[in-house]
Design a protein around this ligand. Structure first.
Ligand SMILES: Nc1nc2c(c(=O)[nH]1)N[C@H]1C(S)=C(S)[C@@H](COP(=O)(O)O)O[C@H]1N2
Ligand SMILES: [Mo]
Length: 250
C-alpha cells in the first residue's frame, strides 16, 4: 500500500455527504431571503433601490472615463440602410403643426429665444453614418445630417451655459424629455439633426429637428426637439423615470 494513501471509512463518506447537502440548503435559503429582501425594497425612479445604487455607481465610473477624443465608429454612406426603423412615438402628437415650429432656446431662466429651422441650416452642415443602438437590442447603420451641437453653442454664444453639467431637451408637447451630460452634448459627433439619408427628416423620425448623439443609446436621441436648456441639476428624463440608467452611455 502507498504510504500516502488514506483510508476513508464509510461513516466519513456519509458525514461529508450530509455536510455538503446541509451547506447547499443553507446557501439556497440565503439566496431566497436575499431575493425576497430585494423585492421588498422601495423603488427609486422606477428601479429597485439596490439596483439603482448599482446604476449610479456605473454612471460615476463611466462619466469619469468619458472623453471627447473617443469617436464612435463611422461607416461609408453606402452601408446606411434605406428603410430606417421607427421606434417610439412619445411626444410625437398628431396635432403638431410644423409650420409654426421653432426651437426654444432657454439661455437663462426667463431668457428664451426662438430659432427657426432656416437659421439652424445656415450653420455648417455635418454628416455622420454610424451604428444606431437601441437599448432593446437592435441596431442599424444610419445616415444623418445636421449641425454639430458644439457649432450651435459657438454661434449662439452659449459658452457659459455649456459649462453647466446637464442639457435638457423636451418635445413641443412636453411628452418626451431627456437629460444629457453637457460633455456628451459637446462631443464632436453630436448633431442637432434635420436630415436623414440626404433628405429632410421624415415626420415620424423627428421632423423638423432631432438629436443624434452616437455616444448614447437610442433613448437619448430625442425626436422633434421643442425646447433646449442647461442646468446643473439633472433634468427630468423619460426613460430614467421608467427604471433605466440616467447616463445611457455607449
Ligand atoms: N420624441 C421621442 N423621441 C424618441 C423616442 C420617443 O419615444 N419619442 N424614442 C427613443 C428611442 S427608444 C429610440 S431607439 C430612438 C429611435 O429613433 P428612430 O425612431 O428614428 O429609429 O428614438 C428615441 N427618441
Ligand atoms: Mo430605443
Amino acid at each position: 500500500m502507498d504510504r500516502n494513501e488514506k483510508i476513508v471509512t464509510a461513516s466519513q463518506v456519509r458525514n461529508k455527504t450530509i455536510f455538503s447537502v446541509l451547506a447547499l440548503l443553507v446557501f439556497l435559503t440565503m439566496c431566497l431571503f436575499a431575493w425576497k429582501w430585494l423585492y421588498r425594497q422601495p423603488k427609486d425612479q422606477g428601479a429597485l433601490k439596490p439596483l439603482r445604487v448599482v446604476l449610479n455607481t456605473n454612471e460615476s465610473v463611466f462619466t469619469s472615463m468619458f472623453s471627447n477624443n473617443h469617436l464612435a465608429k463611422t461607416y461609408p454612406v453606402s452601408m446606411a440602410v434605406p428603410n430606417v426603423r421607427v421606434n417610439g412615438d412619445a411626444g410625437m402628437s398628431e396635432d403638431f403643426d410644423p409650420s409654426t415650429w421653432n426651437l426654444k432656446l432657454v439661455r437663462k431662466p426667463g431668457d428664451t429665444i426662438h430659432i427657426s429651422l432656416a437659421e439652424i441650416k445656415q450653420l455648417p452642415k455635418t454628416e455622420i453614418v454610424f451604428d444606431f443602438k437601441c437599448i432593446e437590442g437592435w441596431s442599424q447603420v444610419t445616415h444623418w445630417g445636421g449641425v454639430r451641437f458644439s457649432d450651435f453653442v459657438k454661434r449662439y454664444g452659449l459658452d457659459e451655459q455649456a459649462e453647466l453639467q446637464f442639457t435638457g431637451l423636451i418635445t413641443p408637447d412636453e411628452e418626451y424629455y431627456v437629460g444629457i451630460d453637457t460633455k456628451s452634448m459637446m462631443h464632436p459627433q453630436t448633431l442637432l439633426c434635420y436630415e436623414m439619408n440626404g433628405k429632410p427628416l421624415p415626420m415620424n423620425q423627428g421632423y423638423p429637428l432631432r438629436l443624434i448623439i452616437p455616444v448614447k443609446y437610442g433613448v437619448k436621441n430625442i425626436k422633434r426637439i421643442g425646447m433646449l436648456y442647461f442646468s446643473n441639476q439633472r433634468p427630468p428624463d423619460y426613460w430614467y423615470e421608467r427604471g433605466y440608467d440616467y447616463y445611457c452611455g455607449l
